[in-house]
Write a protein that binds this ligand. Sequence first.
Ligand SMILES: [Zn+2]
Length: 135
Amino acid sequence: MWWRHAWASQGAGAVRFGTARIFTNLLWKMSMKVYKRPDMSIWQATRRRIWEQDQQRCQGPYCRYQPPHSLSLSNAHIDHIVELSRGGSNDDRNLRTLCRRCHCLRANHTHQGMIGVALREGIIPINWREYVWEG
Ligand SMILES: [Zn+2]
């Protein structure tokens, strides 16, 4: 991660002047500004809005022909079509509703953390790699 490098190269100086905490906070704020989702209450409202716009249905390739209202809000994952880390925004046009399975299987390195747990819980099959989708 880029900030680790920044920390390693400047951390020693920051510690010497006793500003390590301030420096860390600054880095944190900088990184949050880039990657942050909106505040929780705003995000909850956004979640609901996107889910309703998507007719309460997963937009993934394995579910898009499911009937409307087939996905509950609590099970809905709101996906950034263009990842935040790649310059995507929190704008509604960049958001869509996915179920957990379609979300896990989306080809995206930031989603790989979900694979292990989803496998153990039987959300995705052993041969999940065959079902990875892009888009
Ligand atoms: Zn789905």
